[in-house]
Write a protein that binds this ligand. Structure first.
Ligand SMILES: Cc1cc2nc3c(=O)[nH]c(=O)nc-3n(C[C@H](O)[C@H](O)[C@H](O)COP(=O)(O)OP(=O)(O)OC[C@H]3O[C@@H](n4cnc5c(N)ncnc54)[C@H](O)[C@@H]3O)c2cc1C
Length: 415
């Protein structure tokens, strides 16, 4: 079968690779010159298999006034006269019940564990260089009440296969001595030894090169798909500025762009962009001021990961600004907050980046057949977890397209 995969972010490249490995003839097409130039470019680098609870949760609604009013809030909501924003926000609110959030968490764990196992199997076949580390993750809390809530989540997730430890402040510092400046405020943390990290862009580009080398794979960069041409319930061509791409099946993996591509066909995907920022700080050899393991500063929603000789710091969820311009006030706030925890880091050298997460209200990606036509499939909407979930999502979609019984229940992710 000839499959046209649209979108060369981490999700599209992974999908194209898995389909090509199965023997399909694959054309991967992207508007940009290079793969991973959009949301997959400089994200937090976390392969966060045990931290997949959706943003929508029971604690969220009381926090909304803070998001609206406080300039230093890690989550910021800018209301717009935009029906898309309000529809998404309404569905987000509906997903904020304890039962919905717990159900989504359990469903997401099935996909994240599939993703972890699929990535490990992939790396045995293709030893890709992307700064991959399996060095664990520590989430630190300043507020005892939040640590207690996290303890309850650890207990819930243990029933779904997660192996995590609750640590007191002293144990946190023993795990990660670079957190010393936080000691007076530290309530404790959750440590997960099985968590991993890596450079998403390097992963995507390395896999892209492997894909190009596979028989039957073609890549077409600098090629925007303007529309999908439907005839008799099937897509017959992906229209580009240089003519149409005719294929037996199409996979839409265009991140946030999936919304615009499918809307003219009558499928309104519940996707909205949640903007975030990252800093990439060059490190000297054995830099003692930087964490060696992945760290999340929970109250500030800041994640830290070492990617070779760079410390990647990512943060913030800004709803209502869907462009990737850098707001200097948000970067200044982020640097101030980072300095409070890791005062020895030289942030003046940091590369700054902003990206937009393609998010669904319930936090689950959309993977499966599209209603708009018989031969269109979707793999999009991975929100804050696209790198973590890419391999599992690609494996799940490949199974669905082949008519095989997938390794996990696909129903929670059906578009
Ligand atoms: C600040 C920040 C931190 C993050 N941290 C993490 C993290 O630590 N761990 C994690 O797992 N995830 C993280 N994420 C989320 C992750 O980066 C995204 O979920 C993921 O990159 C989405 O990948 P994608 O392939 O779906 O989309 P994208 O990477 O955006 O790729 C979509 C591609 O489609 C192309 N495209 C769009 N429209 C068209 C068209 N019409 N024709 C042709 N091509 C088109 C674009 O050019 C682009 O290349 C973070 C995101 C942000 C913003």
């Amino acid at each position: 079968m000839h499959v046209c995969v649209i979108g060369a972010g981490v999700v599209g490249v992974t999908t194209a690779y898995f389909l090509a490995r199965e023997g399909h003839c694959v054309t991967l097409v992207d508007a940009r010159a290079q793969p991973a130039e959009v949301a997959s470019y400089a994200n937090g680098g976390q392969l966060s298999y045990s931290y997949v609870a959706p943003l929508a949760g029971p604690g969220v609604l009381p926090a909304v006034p803070g998001w609206l009013l406080r300039a230093d809030s890690p989550l910021r909501f800018t209301p717009r006269l935009d029906p898309q924003q309000w529809c998404w926000a309404l569905r987000f609110v509906q997903a904020c019940t304890a039962s919905a959030s717990q159900r989504s968490t359990a469903q997401m764990l099935t996909l994240s564990y599939l993703s972890r196992d699929t990535l490990h199997a992939l790396l045995e076949r293709e030893p890709l260089a992307f700064g991959h580390q399996r060095n664990g993750k520590l989430i630190v809390y300043r507020t005892p009440g939040l640590l207690e809530k996290a303890r309850a989540l650890v207990a819930y997730q243990a029933g779904h296969g997660a192996r995590q430890q609750v640590l007191d402040a002293r144990q946190c510092l023993a795990r990660e001595p670079a957190l010393a400046a936080l000691e007076p405020q530290l309530a404790g943390g959750i440590y997960t030894a099985g968590e991993e990290s890596g450079d998403c862009m390097a992963f995507t580009r390395a896999l892209f090169e492997r894909l190009r080398a596979l028989p039957g794979a073609t890549v077409r960069m600098n090629t925007a798909v303007q529309r999908l041409k439907r005839l008799g319930g099937r897509i017959v061509s992906a229209q580009t500025g240089e003519g149409g791409i005719e294929a037996d099946a199409y996979v839409v993996a265009t991140g946030l762009g999936s919304r615009d591509l499918l809307r003219p066909l009558g499928q309104n995907l519940p996707l909205y962009g949640l903007k975030g920022y990252s800093l990439s700080v060059p490190l000297a050899q054995d830099e003692p001021g930087a964490p060696a393991i992945s760290v999340t500063d929970y109250e500030r929603r800041i994640v830290y990961a070492r990617l070779g000789n760079v410390l990647r710091i990512a943060a913030m969820v800004d709803m209502g600004v869907q462009d990737s311009r850098i707001d200097p006030r948000r970067i200044a706030l982020l640097k101030r907050q980072v300095r409070e925890v890791f005062p020895r880091l030289d942030l003046d050298q940091a590369l700054q980046w902003a990206g937009v997460r393609p998010a669904t209200p319930h936090g689950k990606p959309l993977i499966g057949a599209c209603r708009a036509a018989d031969n269109v499939w979707i793999n999009a909407g991975h929100g804050a977890l696209g790198f973590t979930l890419a391999c599992g999502s690609a494996a799940l979609l490949a199974d669905l397209m082949a008519g095989r019984r997938p390794a996990i229940d696909p129903a929670p992710f059906a578009p």
